[in-house]
Design a protein. Sequence first.
Length: 412
Amino acid sequence: MYEFAIAWEWLAFAVRWLHVITAIAWIGSSFYFIALDLGLVKRDHLPVGAYGEEWQVHGGGFYHIQKYLVAPASMPEHLTWFKWESYVTWLSGFAMLCLVYYGGADLFLIDRHVLDISATTAILISLASLGIGWIFYDLLCKSPLGKNTWGLMALLYVALVIMAWGYTQVFTGRAAFLHLGAFTATIMSANVFFLIIPNQKIVVADLIAGRTPDPKLGAQAKQRSLHNNYLTLPVIFFMLSNHYPLAFATAFNWIIAALVFLMGVTIRHWFNTTHARKGRPTWTWLATVLLFILIMWLSTVPKVLTGEEKAEIAPVFVRFAENAHFPAVKDAISTRCSMCHAAEPVYEGIVRAPKGVVLESDQEIAAHAREIYIQAGRSHAMPPGNITDMTTDERQLLTAWFESAVEEGKTQ
């Protein structure tokens, strides 16, 4: 079974690698086309139906690009579609959600001090939130409110803030932020799959059949692309946040999430305005810095504002704490790990336990048995740079502890 833990870890790594690669491709192409669209220039010599053009230089050559707002008079011989980057990004991200949060629901998804639910219930809530969220968003866009682009975005922001609060009332802080990213990414990818690409296919079919395409199809696609443009940066933040407990594991995490969405807007506004050659609104960077300072403050003051005390960690994986190797394991962890992985770290420059992992009590050590096994037993990832001089014998002890406890669990 411990071999399965290693295989599972490598599978998660492979899927994460795929997710990052496809996300880079999707985000890169998305940002490029937004910048291209905003930088188009209208000139008198353009062909009939052409909206604008732009000259670009890259890779030792020059590119002359023209955009047709509805469609050209006739179909070109070859069309390049930008869709698989979006689809594979979402599919690989969902696979990561299944591997890490559904497969490890008791550890990563559920916090019974937040809401005492079963793993099955938590997974169903997760799936339902993604599906229902897209349906609500799509109906909102197609309603009369959808005709006001900026009013619609304001309503979308309110909905995202509500979701941020709701997720923190159901899941662990880490899972709440991950789900907020997944919720937003689902909207973005579904925009591509259910509207942007289908609308473009209708336009192509109309051209082939000799019909005049409906301009409304392009306008709808452009509105959804605008939403995707402003949602991209917050999604990246939430996908990276699981490495930073100061973001997700504090009392005001949902307010932090709400401010992250605003930072995404201010940053993209600067780039969009600049690419459109409408000036350089430097105030957006000041606003972004102020928002980030506010986020930093909110992450460090919960005890001052709420008087919140650290909750007792529920006992999990009892067999790890009762294993014969455990006393020696606890001594090794106390010697090599506790200066950082403590409620009040003593290692210089560390103010919070990395990734929120505290290894002081029996329950805490047992709860993180698998991570200890992977990070310090079967690999040398921890301690970083072996700064506390963990010995080979101690690593072998951690390995023997985890594997023997797993074997004991199989016989029970």
